[in-house]
Design a protein around this ligand. Structure first.
Ligand code: NAP
Length: 347
């Protein structure tokens, strides 16, 4: 389908719009939001399900305001599963009608809480027929975050030991499943209600951080630590449990929060300085590599995620689904996050 054909079919569509930062009550369902023209590498996806990530609720409350405030109104949402409705002129790997899933970059302004979302070709992959749209929509953002840290930064390999701090959440669960599929031994911390789930995902040891002393309970040293919590205590524990040359990776890098506090011009260089200082310090004091890691789409990662999802080795639990409609009596869209699972919109 050419864009000329497409423009005559889809020029506007329904979307959940964030006009200003705040609580769930600020979100609005708008029936006619413009669908921009596709750039050559872009794909128009008709959404069948989109999931809610912590980033969406944080952005709604103002996280990243140094970047997003001038760009309001925004459409939130990173994950999507749906059908290809149109492709840009240079897209080679996908065609109209195919079922796909994928995730947008954290800084994308036009998100996926819409009937028609626009993603780059390399942010999408084919959805396995055995996985429903709702199940598929819960996977890519979390799994790509885990993939980037483990495969791209730490380059974990068969036989290595990995510690996931916070294995009960979506990124943690994806990290456990990815590493187990590679042949790593995984230990993890999580709340008591997540123990069964992380063991079923393949972790060899699960420590309830609410009931046990994590440092006493976990034995031996690790080649890599993925810290999804990223508070000073988990950072200290993670770093002390690494062997020399190991990688500590936190998902709570400070770039966005410092930019929000001091503005982009001061905040971003300050974040770089803090990161470099910590990298230098920990290399000197512990002989380890220290990283802030961020989600980024990666075609190789998406391909691995698709294969693992297809074979049932990578699953993220979905607790609730909501229709994309405004509640008639409340005029509010409830985007609540469920603990340890994804909530999804579906249609
Ligand atoms: N840097 C990036 O690009 C990036 C990308 C994705 C996510 N993130 C961030 O990473 C974090 C996790 O994301 P997610 O999608 O996995 O969230 P999630 O699905 O909501 O999971 C968070 C889980 O963390 C667990 N938890 C909380 N405190 C803990 C502690 N002290 N020790 C062990 N577990 C603890 C809880 O599990 P239990 O119920 O088992 O306690 C909770 O369910 C969020 O803060 C998110 O914003 C960053």
């Amino acid at each position: 389908m050419t864009m000329i054909g497409l423009r005559s079919i889809v020029t506007s569509c329904r979307a959940v719009v964030l006009p200003r930062f705040g609580g769930p009550e600020v979100l609005e369902v708008r029936p006619k939001v413009e669908v921009p023209d596709l750039k050559p590498h872009e794909v128009l996806v008709r959404a069948r399900a989109v999931s809610i990530n912590p980033l969406d609720t944080r952005m709604r409350s103002g996280y990243g305001r140094s970047i997003f405030e001038p760009l309001l109104p925004l459409i939130l949402g990173r994950d999507i599963s749906g059908e290809v409705a149109a492709i840009g002129s240079s897209v080679q790997s996908l065609s109209v009608g195919q079922e796909v899933f994928g995730a947008l970059h954290p800084t994308a302004v036009r998100g996926t809480y819409t009937d028609y979302a626009i993603l780059s070709e390399d942010e999408l992959t084919l959805k396995p027929p055995s996985v429903t749209h709702v199940e598929a929509s819960a996977i890519p953002f979390a799994a790509l975050t885990a993939w980037r840290a483990l495969r791209s930064t730490a380059r974990i390999t068969d036989g290595q030991r990995l510690l996931v701090l916070g294995g009960g959440g979506a990124v943690g669960l994806a990290a456990i499943q990815l590493s187990v599929s590679i042949g790593c031994d995984v230990a993890t911390t999580c709340g008591g209600q997540s123990i069964e789930r992380v063991l079923a995902a393949g972790a060899e040891q699960a420590v309830d951080y609410t009931a046990e002393d994590v440092e006493l309970a976990i034995k031996g040293k690790f080649d890599a630590v993925l810290d999804t919590i990223g508070v000073p205590e988990t950072e200290r524990i993670g770093i002390n449990l690494l062997r020399k040359g190991g990688y500590y990776m936190t998902l709570q890098g400070e770039a966005a929060s410092l930019a929000d506090r001091y503005g982009l011009a001061i905040g971003l260089p300050a974040a770089t300085t803090i990161l470099l200082k910590k990298q230098f310090q920990y290399r000197y004091s512990h002989g380890i590599e220290y990283w802030w890691t961020y989600m980024r789409a990666d075609p190789e990662g998406l391909d691995e995620i698709r294969r693992l999802s297809e074979s049932g080795k990578l699953k993220i639990p979905v607790e609730k689904t909501f229709p994309i409609t405004q509640e008639p009596d409340k005029d509010v869209i409830h985007l609540e996050l469920s603990k340890n699972s994804r909530s999804c919109f579906s249609r």
